[in-house]
Ligand binder design. Sequence first.
Ligand code: ATP
Ligand code: ZN
Length: 226
Amino acid sequence: VDKNSQRLTIAIQKSGRLSKESIALLQACGFKFSLHEARLLAHSSNQPVDLLRVRDDDIPGLVMDGVVDLGLVGENVLEEVRLERKATQLACDVQRLRALDFGQCRLSIAVPKEEAYNGIQDLDGKRIATTYPYLLQNYLQDRGVSANNAILTGSVEVAPRAGLADAVCDLVSTGATLEANGLVEKEVIFRSQAQLIQRPEPLSAAKQAIVDQLLPRIDGVQMARE
Ligand code: ATP
Ligand code: ZN
């Protein structure tokens, strides 16, 4: 991505739970894109706007580093990356422009259904499997609980049965995945939805003008479907 380009660059998730609605929102705001499955970059044909399609985990860092101008990402990933980058002294500021009306989920702690659970203190000294170690540690620390993390990049929900952990801290929407794995949700540690974020440094006048036009359109689109 050319940092000096006058084209506004927006990072969105390439393929996953946020992809369809991210593209649909930008299209509803009047941007025309032709997407080719294999391509990382998609140019708008009617505005000086480019889409960069990446893994959702990469979006906050790209925005914080100013590699892209805007990003659409879940608050869960945004906050996890912010905490991680803060701990490792990387740039971690962003501007939050809008909360978006999709990507709703929660990050919760769940335990095997046969385990007694009387509160978060029960997890003291236990091992919790998660892909969100920073959000989890933050929550536990605030409550004086010291658990051990088992950091996985996927398949968190099978960790207890596999003997890797005593509990899990995972994203939940309906709870069906937890139930299928014999787990019961006990603590909601973070509630999330998608967010539109902008890099911390001011945009060029040309790019700012596009954002100034985009924001009221987003508000209009979201208001219309409330
Ligand atoms: P990637 O390959 O981009 O890393 P991923 O597997 O990490 O993808 P997805 O499962 O596609 O991510 O979820 C992306 C984001 O969608 C989550 O981080 C969260 O913000 C949101 N999300 C999670 N579960 C749901 C759900 N059931 N419904 C809507 N949004 C969800
Ligand atoms: Zn991801």
